[in-house]
Design a protein around this ligand. Structure first.
Ligand code: SAH
Ligand code: SF4
Ligand code: F3S
Length: 462
């Protein structure tokens, strides 16, 4: 009999990829995914530890699950709750103490062992009425070798993890502790997975890694392959029309990768290249190991080879010791680079990271003020970028139906969300003798842009 699996995903795209793989691992054991925790036999929370707020959400969700479990007619005796991901890795033991309702705690490197954990948990429950299973190892074996090859691709734009972990130890960041050391998957494995995706109709592949451009996968001939070269190899696969990669570190932005933006047509003109701060003093304190000038040089070179490249970044405001002048340097950097979009956060002290021990923490009110100023500037740039497409045409990969009746939503080459008006599309469909909108899902279409807002564009099918 099939069992119901509900996975709730927090955090980055790597977690989205991992959640899909957990579903793949459990499928041969009879688990089918559902969209709600209500009635699920197994609930997995795939968690994020990057900022305090992200981590806190997990405990409130566990509280809600406990109530749901208690409310079941049988007291939820056949329901299991697992916590996976980066909170599990960082504070698994504490979680076991704090949340007795949690049956299993597993880290990002052990989810291929989920079926074994479930077996132990149910045996334990049969014997003692309770189950407490924890597996947060960093196993010597690569989990990728123990994951099923088969996967369903509901979306025609899919993620593919090529690199995991981080050796950079930025002073604010938990990722090196939760994801472990840098690891690159062998080229042959990545290509096999990409080919499988293409065979299943995937059109767009985003190569994922915490430090994706530090990729140096085994090439099977005694050497390694860079990310730039990997992109060229993936581009050779028929059916893959678009390639993206995320997240890159400025230190690893080599010429080979920069040239992929010029030479590989399928390599999209969009790059997320986090700088975090525009101040050299803060960059140094953050252990980012590059200066603002070095960042400008990379941007200049990228724009030289690909003038229409859209840029994105992450920023942290209120890093310990950040002065008004340091912050002004960040504003100045943003004005100079001119971003198509960006993410910005207040510095959040994380347990175990060097910056959390710093004596000169910035006041909350100052952080809020700086964040508001930065976001206003970034928003202005984003709106201007989006509006620059009004009246122009662009290729859009249609991915899903919109919330509003009569709309399809897709992505432009620059990763903008584009709402495509269906009333006009309908006519086109009828003219082409097509009857359903699903004919357009996963298709690259040409769209005439009519409007540009802060978060999306709207246009009509041509
Ligand atoms: N590997 C990527 C970032 C991964 S974390 C890189 O090197 O850029 C994603 C983003 O979260 C970071 O870029 C940073 O802006 C933010 N972040 C990480 N730790 C944080 C902290 N302690 N407080 C606030 N923001 C943080
Ligand atoms: Fe975190 Fe820095 Fe590694 Fe990015 S490069 S994951 S910010 S430690
Ligand atoms: Fe969060 Fe872990 Fe990703 S901390 S951002 S889920 S690597």
């Amino acid at each position: 009999m099939s069992k119901k699996l509900f996975i709730k995903t927090y955090g980055c795209q790597m977690n989205v990829y991992d959640s899909n793989r957990m579903a793949d691992v459990l499928k041969p054991h009879g688990y089918e995914t559902t969209d709600e925790a209500e009635g699920a036999d197994l609930v997995i929370l795939n968690t994020c530890h990057i900022r305090e707020k992200a981590a806190e959400k997990v405990y409130s969700e566990i509280g809600r699950l406990r109530q749901q479990k208690d409310a079941r007619p049988d007291g939820g005796k056949d329901m299991y709750i697992a916590v996976a991901g980066c909170v599990a890795q960082a504070e698994g033991a504490e979680m076991m103490r704090r949340a007795p309702v949690v049956d299993m705690v597993l880290g990002p490197q052990t989810y291929h062992r989920l079926p074994d954990m479930l077996k132990s948990a149910s045996e334990m429950r049969a014997k003692t009425g309770k189950s407490r299973v924890m597996d947060t190892d960093f196993p010597a074996e690569a989990k990728f070798d123990h994951l099923p090859k088969e996967s369903d691709f509901k979306s025609k734009a899919a993620f593919l993890t090529v690199q995991e972990g981080c050796d950079k130890f930025c002073a604010f960041c938990v990722v090196p502790y939760t994801r472990g050391a840098e690891y690159s998957r062998p080229v042959a494995d990545v290509l096999a997975e990409a080919k499988n995706m293409a065979a299943k109709g995937v059109v767009e592949v985003t190569l994922l890694g915490q430090n994706v451009n530090a990729y140096h996968g085994d090439n099977g001939a005694g050497g390694t392959t860079s990310l730039g070269e990997l992109i060229r190899r993936v581009a050779d696969i028929d059916g893959i029309e678009r390639i993206r990669y995320v997240t890159s570190h400025p230190r690893d932005m080599d010429e080979d990768l920069i040239l992929a933006h010029r030479d590989v047509e399928k390599c999209m003109p969009y790059l997320h290249l986090p700088v975090q701060s525009g101040s050299d003093a803060i960059l140094e304190a953050m252990n980012r190991k590059h200066t603002r000038d070095e960042y400008f040089r990379i941007i200049d070179r990228l724009r030289e080879v690909r003038p229409d490249l859209a840029l994105s970044s992450d920023f942290i405001v209120g890093f310990p010791g950040e002065t008004d002048e340091d912050f002004e340097q960040t504003m100045d950097l943003v004005r100079r680079v001119n971003y198509a979009q960006a993410y910005s956060f207040k510095y959040s002290p994380r347990p175990g990271t060097p910056a959390s021990l710093h004596e000169t923490q910035v006041e909350e009110a100052v952080k809020s003020e700086r964040l508001a100023a930065l976001q206003a500037l970034l928003n202005e740039q984003q709106v201007a970028f989006n509006q620059s497409f009004i009246g122009k045409t662009m290729d859009v990969l249609l991915e899903r139906t919109g919330k509003q009746d009569g709309q399809l939503i897709g992505r432009s080459a620059y990763l903008q969300a584009v709402h495509v008006d269906l009333t006009k599309a309908e006519k086109t469909l009828a003219e082409n003798g097509k009857s359903t909108y699903s004919d357009y899902m996963g298709k690259l279409v040409r769209v005439q842009i009519a409007e540009g807002g802060p978060n999306s564009l709207r246009g009509e099918l041509i």
